[in-house]
Design a protein around this ligand. Structure first.
Ligand code: PDD
Length: 292
């Protein structure tokens, strides 16, 4: 870590601002020991958290799924995030990572000794998207690493246990791609390491349905809404490698990346394409409606 920590980050732990160079949680926190935590990544638009209500709802859902009871109200969480944003020392928009860990306890998988969850808010300047990605698109790799089964570690839970995605990304980068696209145990397409996946075929848009085992992405939901309102056919369904081979356009979505075209896919499939007209239409409509 570098000496710019102090200026580059705002850190709040349990609602108190902490010097980022000294910010720490216990090594007995089950978030550290077992990945027993949940998180959200939110970004601002014009200084306000974008789609805050949706993030809060997903956060509450993740907490319910792991039986983590929060001592904080929605207002508490919003105030804490707003305070972090207000303390910023940069000009641009803000990236906010809101983490809730199980808290410190005995070395025992059962969380019964963890009495107090920790609430951590880390804010930094939102990274500018590299122009290359937006103009020419990125390269995905269909990795050998598969997405966790919904029956094992449901990808709908935005948990701090991202080892599955880390392994897929390491494989993808090792093969020269920007990101992975993972299959599920039925060899259906799921999602990328931190983004949702879409393809365009014959003027219609298709994206893996939630039951394929993906995170219910907030930008994914916005794109589905925009496609409906623009009269572009949209289907949430199961997609195979054959669907990918015959796709006309491919793009991915996420809070940090926005909507990004894909120009090449490697790994278990070889596909090449241009950022296409439908991707461009959806991207444009999304940026206009979100104010990004
Ligand atoms: N990731 N799928 C996965 C596995 C993700 O981690 C994310 C978000 C998405 C897109 O969701 P949304 O549209 O709500 O950002 C899909 C965040 C940005 C991250 O971990 O950095």
């Amino acid at each position: 870590m570098n000496q710019d920590l102090e200026t580059d980050y705002i850190v709040r732990i349990n609602m108190e601002e902490i010097d980022p160079r000294k910010a720490s949680v216990s090594i007995f926190d089950h978030g550290f020991l077992f990945g027993d935590s949940i998180y959200e990544v939110v970004r601002t638009v014009n200084g306000k958290p974008y789609a805050w209500k949706e993030h809060l709802k997903r956060l509450r859902g993740s907490c319910r799924s792991i039986n983590l009871e929060l001592p904080w109200t929605d207002e508490d969480l919003q105030r804490d995030v707003d305070t972090a944003i207000a303390s910023k020392r940069w000009d641009g928009e803000t990236y906010i990572r809101l983490i809730i860990t199980r808290g410190a306890g005995q070395i025992d998988l059962m969380p019964r000794t963890c009495k107090n969850p920790n609430l951590i808010v880390i804010a930094k300047e939102l990274p500018e998207l590299r122009a290359r990605l937006h103009e020419i698109g990125l390269v995905l790799c269909v990795t050998e690493v598969k997405r966790n089964s919904r029956l094992a570690m449901d990808p709908a839970i935005k948990s701090g246990n991202y080892l599955n995605n880390v392994l897929a990304l390491i494989e993808a980068r090792g093969k020269g791609a920007d990101d992975s696209i993972m299959l599920n145990e039925n060899d259906h397409l799921t999602e990328c390491s931190t983004s949702n996946f879409f393809l365009v075929k014959d003027g219609g848009v298709k994206t893996p349905s939630l039951d394929c085992g993906i995170l219910a992405g907030i930008i994914r939901e916005k794109i589905i809404g925009i496609a409906l309102s623009e009269g572009i056919p949209i289907e949430e369904t199961s997609l195979t490698l054959d669907d990918l081979r015959s796709a006309d356009e491919v793009f991915i979505t996420g809070t940090v990346k926005g909507v990004v075209p894909v120009n090449r896919i490697i790994g278990q499939v070889e596909w090449e394409g241009e950022p296409g007209a439908i991707t461009e239409q959806l991207r444009e409509a999304f940026y206009v409606s979100s104010g990004m």
